[in-house]
Design a binder for this molecule. Sequence first.
Ligand code: AMP
Ligand code: MN
Ligand code: MN
Ligand code: MN
Length: 277
Amino acid sequence: MLKVDLHCHSNVSDGVLTPAGVAAYAHQAGVDVWALTDHDEIGGVAAARVAATGLGMRFVAGVEISITWANQTVHIVGLQIDETNAALKAGLAATRAGRDARGREIAAQLEAAGYPGAYEGALAYVGNPDLMSRTHFARYLVASGACANTSEVFRKFLTEGKPGYVPHRWASLTEAVGWIRAAGGIAVVAHPGRYNFSPVAEAALLDEFKQLGGTAIEVVTGSHTPDQYAIYAEVAKRNGFLASRGTDFHAPGEARVEFDKLPPLPAGVTPVWHDWY
Ligand code: AMP
Ligand code: MN
Ligand code: MN
Ligand code: MN
């Protein structure tokens, strides 16, 4: 059976390893089919492809696009994209714009809460000046001793109602699915179990996604709890979505689940890679 990881981050977004470093990490973990899916960026895809194919893995060009839907942030993964597509590149550049200003606002809020110097502190962890992320602030807040780990950071800071939360309007669902399809890719709802939608809102999101030409959802992901694997397998079957699988890897030791602990897709779903090879 193919070992597939279709969701990983490099230091081109908020991971810590270079694209080639993530490829090497995935390969030593036993991955056969691997996608790099940096947030709002395809700048690492070319280097990732060279490294992955050199190691004998099958490479899938990917991206994870931040969108705002019903006033919440949702992530849409694009797989098998042509990373040279002009519409996709322009859309991602527009999505990235504003991250630096947001970072400065996050830092101003943290300073007001008694944690000065966070902009410079977070910047020390940023690998791509176009992509300052809350993850970089989280790593700084851990390193500076404000919190013991990143999950404590996201409980106490950077999220709604907490210091360092700056609401941000990302791309629309229509735009993200449109860019992915323009680039010949498959649109996938990332970690659907992680959002705080009511069942009605979740159904509306999936319905709209399908109307726009979205065809897959993540079922087994490091960003789901194990009970959500079965729940979203049912959602995929009921709605006719293909099922995707990935670790959502960001850094060694930071993993929510290591690749070899991630179970296979539940029986009865159609893997998103079913017709690729
Ligand atoms: P941003 O795109 O700048 O809003 O940052 C979002 C990133 O923060 C996600 O991709 C995750 O990597 C990270 N993140 C968000 N919530 C959590 C959490 N509860 N625990 C750990 N990482 C989180
Ligand atoms: Mn991330
Ligand atoms: Mn995500
Ligand atoms: Mn991710």
